[in-house]
Design a protein around this ligand. Structure first.
Ligand SMILES: Cc1cc2nc3c(=O)[nH]c(=O)nc-3n(C[C@H](O)[C@H](O)[C@H](O)COP(=O)(O)OP(=O)(O)OC[C@H]3O[C@@H](n4cnc5c(N)ncnc54)[C@H](O)[C@@H]3O)c2cc1C
Length: 474
């Protein structure tokens, strides 16, 4: 069947049936157009605000399919997007009227227990990796929501409960295989294609399609000390003032993030408090349970909590603990800022904003970073944000389109108020739209080197449906 499809330079072009049929015949996976029964599901991404309709979706089953799709897109100068787990807040995995390369069927995970490494295909989700590695009491540091895709997360940075102990996901990539814009299949490591290996570790999806990663594994659990402590919002100011002091002293094995939101119907929280605005300290300790009890005790002794559900818990369960609050399909608008400290002024602004949360799913989410992740030089790889001690994500999240304007305005208002206290940098995976103006931005001081590498490997900017790095030619 012939098709109208968008080109990389914004034109609508026509591809005849013979061209599409031969493309399809060269794939092991399926090629979906809008009439295919699997198309509706395949074009969906995590954020319910995104409603894009690619002309074609190529479901790849392996590296050969990826080479075929990239080569086809380049030869016909097509608009191309790359879908891993489909979690990106900006919906960059799909493109309107273009060709989407879907990696979701490529989700193999192979653990090498002896060498403590794991090979992960790029369509795997974080839960797929934990499922295989935790069998051996091992883990890769990743994110905190098990349905997130590894590829987008790892290529942007990747932080979670293990970042302070073992570095971010990027710090644990030992090697990767990539298909570049000219259809070449390359192996990247500290020894091979060194510049490109440097660039993909934080340069997001700008340099090609990664088909496979090899990660370093660490001993984790399978049981770790973790859980939330919930405080009434009336105690939040006093608790957070103490929290910022205690957080600085925590050992690397411990992490404590905080969330301000309406209390979900947690089974361990008295029903009377469900729906009340609360402060949640979410904490974990990777290591010996007794040592963890000691490390987390000062945080648990703050204020008079409504509930304390910290206890020994399977690491895999902790990795999925926030899944129900972050399920796919809701409407989302997020904005993010980095901080070296959470000052009293910032605490006051956050608490004022919590008095008018637009929905019972909106939240102010602050991740504590630092530790091992902060001891990597900021130019060791493309990911630059080593001095970020906290990343704030304002999660605007709601169900009805009728709430769009109010919720987005709430997010932007809070973001504007706190931005002057931030470092001016931002984690690339939390940028909600291209073209955001920031003092430092997602690529920081590494941007110029990234532009040069981009100019060499993707001069025509085939991979641009992302937080784009413009190719610098010469
Ligand atoms: C609910 C939720 C929780 C999150 N929690 C965390 C967290 O704890 N820690 C954290 O660090 N981040 C977190 N994130 C952000 C997450 O890292 C990004 O959304 C990331 O883009 C998800 O990866 P994905 O593969 O699912 O992305 P997709 O939406 O599939 O892709 C996003 C972009 O990544 C690129 N890409 C994807 N696959 C490839 C590939 N194989 N090769 C080249 N480029 C590719 C493409 O450019 C694409 O545009 C979270 C996001 C959500 C929605």
């Amino acid at each position: 069947m012939s098709i109208q499809i968008n080109s990389n330079d914004g034109k609508s072009i026509y591809l005849g049936a013979d061209i599409i049929d031969s493309f399809s015949a060269n794939l092991r996976g399926e090629l979906l157009n809008a009439k295919h029964p699997k198309y509706g599901q395949a074009r969906q991404v995590w954020n319910g605000m995104i409603n894009k309709s690619p002309a074609l979706i190529a479901c790849c089953t392996g590296a050969t399919d990826v080479v075929t799709v990239v080569t086809f897109a380049r030869d016909h100068n097509l608009l191309l997007s790359v879908k891993g787990g489909g979690h990106n807040i900006a919906g960059s995995a799909v493109c309107d009227g273009g060709l989407t390369l879907d990696l979701s069927a490529m989700n193999g995970v192979l653990v090498d227990v002896k060498n403590r490494t794991v090979q992960v295909q790029s369509g795997a989700l974080l839960g797929d990796i934990d499922h295989e590695t935790q069998r051996f009491g091992l883990a890769v540091p990743t994110g905190i929501n098990s349905t997130t895709g590894i590829a987008g997360l790892a290529l942007g940075g990747g932080y979670g409960w293990l970042s302070r102990a073992f570095g971010h996901t990027v710090d644990n990539i030992l090697s990767a295989d990539i298909v570049t814009a000219n259809g070449e299949f390359l192996h990247l490591s500290e020894q091979e294609n060194i510049d490109l290996f440097w660039a993909i570790r934080g340069g997001s999806g700008n340099f090609g399609v990664v088909t496979n990663f090899t990660f370093k594994l660490h001993s984790v659990g399978p049981t770790i000390l973790s859980g939330p402590v919930i405080f009434p919002i009336t105690q939040a100011k006093q608790v957070l003032q103490q929290y910022t002091r205690l957080a600085r002293e925590l050992p690397d094995q411990a992490s404590c993030w905080f969330v301000i939101r309406q209390a979900p119907a947690f089974p361990f929280l008295d029903e009377i408090h469900h729906g009340e605005t609360v402060l949640i300290l979410a904490m974990s300790y990777v290591g010996d349970i007794e040592a963890g009890e000691k490390a987390l005790a000062p945080l648990r002794a703050l204020g008079q909590p409504l509930a304390d559900a910290v206890g020994p818990c399977p690491y895999k369960g902790w990795q999925a603990a926030f899944d129900p609050l972050l399920a796919a399909g809701a409407r989302n608008y997020w904005k993010s800022s980095d901080f070296t400290d959470i000052s009293e002024q910032v605490i006051d602004i956050l608490l004022a904003a919590s008095s008018n949360l637009p929905s019972n799913e909106c939240e102010i989410f602050i991740a504590q970073l630092g530790g091992a992740a902060s001891r990597v030089p900021s130019d060791a790889m493309a990911y630059p944000h080593r001095s970020t001690a906290y990343t704030m994500n304002i999660h605007g999240r709601w169900q009805s389109p009728a709430l769009d304007d109010e919720a987005i305005a709430w997010v932007r208002e809070l973001f504007n108020q706190v931005e002057i206290f931030s470092t001016g940098s931002v984690y690339v995976n939390f940028v909600p739209e291209n073209g955001e103006i920031r003092k430092i931005g997602p690529y920081g001081a590494n941007k110029a080197r990234l532009e040069k590498i981009k100019g060499k490997v993707d001069p025509s900017n085939l991979f641009h449906t992302n937080i784009n790095i413009a190719p610098k030619l010469n």
